[in-house]
Design a protein around this ligand. Structure first.
Ligand code: GDP
Ligand code: MG
Length: 222
């Protein structure tokens, strides 16, 4: 069983090394670590390569775009995603893959609110996240608590059945909507911590764009 860990990065030199150090490399699974870098101007790519990750450069902008490119390069049976900013617990990856396989699930979305550390998310982001999660639940009937989590654990084979159209931050809710519609999915609580380095997301612009994306996607389906 091979696991591909995919991490999109944009100027994450402060944290990418810490994230990579926590990813398991041996044990019962075979590991592949892929960084999809959006042409960082700092030492992100250098550090990632030093730590043994495969580095792919995707100059086209966007979080969703980075993942689509990363998925094309992944060869594992299971894909795990997380940010390069050390907010998600890379040390919990193995436990999550075990859980996916033991419970015979297809997709796990890691839920950040139940075990969130103090100061990990600003009030504005909490409010924004809640609005987007409510919109996702109302428009698509997907009963999740955290529509914006960027940590997912899933079987690579399901990708061919997911219709992923967003190139931006809305990719995060889109992949969950698509997975929940067709596969065995569950949310699992994980620890979420404060970010190092600058946030790449623009709260109001990305939040509004996400909401518009949800509405358009809902009515495009007919
Ligand atoms: N390759 C690539 N990575 C990106 C881009 N935008 C954001 N990222 C990375 O995607 C992850 C999520 O971004 P982040 O700023 O942490 O968003 P937040 O967690 O929603 O606040 C981080 O690892 C970023 O470095 C992009 O345009 N291209
Ligand atoms: Mg982040």
């Amino acid at each position: 069983m091979k696991v591909s860990v995919i991490i999109p990065t944009l100027n994450e030199e402060e944290s990418i090394g810490h994230v990579l150090d926590k990813i398991p490399r041996g044990g019962k699974y075979e590991w592949e670590i892929i960084i999809v870098d959006g042409d960082s101007k700092d030492r992100t790519r250098e550090i990632a390569a030093e730590k043994g990750a495969k580095v792919i450069v995707e100059k086209r902008k966007g979080y969703g775009r980075a993942y689509k490119t990363g998925f094309q390069h992944a060869t594992g049976d299971v894909i795990v995603t997380l940010d390069g900013d050390d907010t998600y617990p890379a040390e919990e990856i193995e436990r999550l893959v075990d859980y996916l396989l033991e419970k015979d699930l297809d997709f796990i979305s890691c839920e950040r609110f139940s075990r969130m550390r103090k100061g990990a998310m600003s009030l504005t982001h909490k409010v924004g996240n809640t609005i987007l999660t409510i919109a996702t639940r109302l428009l698509f009937g997907v009963k999740i608590k955290d529509s914006q989590s960027g940590m997912w654990v899933f079987r690579r084979e399901i990708l061919k059945d997911l219709n992923l159209t967003s190139d931006g931050m809305a990719f995060s809710e889109e992949i969950k909507i698509e997975a929940w519609r067709k596969f065995r999915c569950e949310e699992v609580p994980i620890e979420y911590r404060e970010r190092k380095g600058e946030v790449k997301l623009n709260t109001w612009r990305d939040g509004f764009h996400n909401l518009m994306f949800l509405i358009k996607k809902r009515f495009r389906r007919g």
